[in-house]
Design a protein around this ligand. Structure first.
Ligand SMILES: NC(=O)C1=CN([C@@H]2O[C@H](COP(=O)(O)OP(=O)(O)OC[C@H]3O[C@@H](n4cnc5c(N)ncnc54)[C@H](O)[C@@H]3O)[C@@H](O)[C@H]2O)C=CC1
Ligand SMILES: CC(=O)C(=O)O
Ligand SMILES: [Mg+2]
Length: 370
């Protein structure tokens, strides 16, 4: 198959869809890979590095889109990219369609086959192509919170770990999945007082064992969320209902009962966010304030550490990408985990939670593929 890797164009997105190491794997399997010039600049990979791995370098994204049967990216296609996709072409990338009706319209209109990294599954009920970036974002969330807590940044002026004789920050993590666990690990490591809220009791049990008493766990109810959020210095939003818009767990009204200068890091912003007052921000200007509460809502947090993130992402996407490259759409039909990743096919939405969140018709895959 002919694969294409355009340079990412979202603000401060320095990751790349395929690293030179991954290109080598595709080429070794008999595929050809076209890479836009400078696509790897953010990870220090030159065009020559890609050529040495067996890729052909093209001068523009336009040539990459025009000559490829499958586009491999990182971030959701941007408006200038939707219009270059076509029927029969596969796009393999993050999509996060639920909160993004414009992108959904663009992809539907193109007729392309779009497989969302974030809804591909594994045999253990996990999301293997979301997990590595959730690990990164969870860890970064505590760094982001530490920066925003600084007084000059509008925060409470609190050091996360405190010092002997002065208490540390209280950090509340809503959603104890991959993001939540990695945020909690960093927070515990810095000496914070950490509470994790989740609606899954089995997950709370696992977390209790994992952290050996170093975090408090709470079942997610309206009361529990209110009580914890009102007493917090930092709240990390890390819930997910796969494919769907994030549930809004903290309302605007609640902000006035929070500590002035407290920080919200809404990692779930790529699914619309779990705070009513969240809106997406960029690494250029990551925070804003509402009712005295600092909000950090960057939708591509791992883009800030592209060297770590591109490698971690490529490790996870490689087996799925190789299956797609070998068999094309047939791989989606035969592999239940890739099938779970299919969001758009030939003008139809094939992921139920996405269609429901967008209020658009859902088509089962068999119907869309007929
Ligand atoms: N902003 C960014 O750059 C990035 C954002 N993300 C996003 O972070 C979010 C979380 O991702 P993961 O941790 O991988 O998901 P996950 O599926 O591993 O964990 C989600 C957790 O939320 C819990 N949950 C769901 N509804 C809840 C509720 N009402 N109350 C409490 N807990 C609830 C689930 O039980 C689960 O444990 C996703 O939206 C993901 O797309 C991930 C990576 C980067
Ligand atoms: C998951 C996601 O949206 C990201 O890594 O940017
Ligand atoms: Mg700002």
């Amino acid at each position: 198959m002919k694969l294409g890797v355009p340079k990412e164009i979202k603000a401060h997105e320095y990751r790349v869809g395929l690293t030179p190491g991954a290109v080598r794997e595709y080429v070794a399997a008999g595929h050809s890979v076209m890479v836009e010039t400078n696509a790897g600049a953010g990870i220090g990979a030159s065009d020559d590095n890609y050529r040495n791995a067996g890729a052909t370098i093209l001068d523009s994204a336009r040539e990459v889109f025009a000559s490829s049967e499958m586009i491999v990216k990182v971030k959701e296609p941007q408006p200038s990219e939707w219009v270059q996709l076509r029927e029969g072409q596969i796009v393999f990338t993050y999509l996060h369609l639920a909160p993004d009706p414009e992108q959904a319209k663009g992809l539907l209109k193109s007729g392309c086959t779009a497989i969302a990294y974030e809804t591909v599954t594994d045999p253990h009920g996990g999301l293997p192509l979301l997990a590595p970036m959730s690990e990164v974002a969870g860890r970064l969330a505590i760094e982001a919170a530490g920066s925003a807590l600084k007084r000059y940044a509008g925060g409470r002026g609190l050091l996360i770990g405190g010092v002997p004789g002065v208490p540390p920050a209280r950090i509340v993590v809503i959603g104890g999945g991959v993001v939540g666990t990695h945020a909690a690990r960093m927070a515990v490591g810095l000496g914070a007082e950490v509470t994790i809220i989740d609606r899954s009791i089995p997950r709370l049990r696992e977390l209790d064992e994992l952290f050996e008493g170093r975090v408090r766990t709470r079942f997610s109810t309206i009361d529990a969320v209110e009580e914890e959020v009102f007493a917090a210095d930092v709240v990390i939003g890390a819930v997910l209902v796969p494919g769907a818009s994030a549930p809004k767990l903290v309302s605007r009204g609640m902000l006035s009962s929070m500590r002035t200068g407290a920080v919200i890091v809404d990692v779930a912003i790529d699914q619309g966010g779990c705070f009513e007052t969240s809106h997406p921000t960029t690494h250029d200007d990551p925070t804003y304030e509402v009712d005295g509460i600092i909000h950090y809502c960057v939708a591509n947090m791992p883009g800030a550490v592209p060297l770590t993130s591109s490698q971690a992402l490529n490790n996870a996407t490689l087996p799925f990408g190789l299956a797609l490259a070998k068999k094309g759409f047939a791989a989606v039909l035969e592999n239940p985990h890739l099938r779970a990743g299919l969001n758009v096919h030939r003008g139809r939405l094939t992921y139920k939670a996405v269609a429901e969140s967008l209020g658009l018709p859902f088509s089962p895959i068999e119907q869309a593929a007929a």
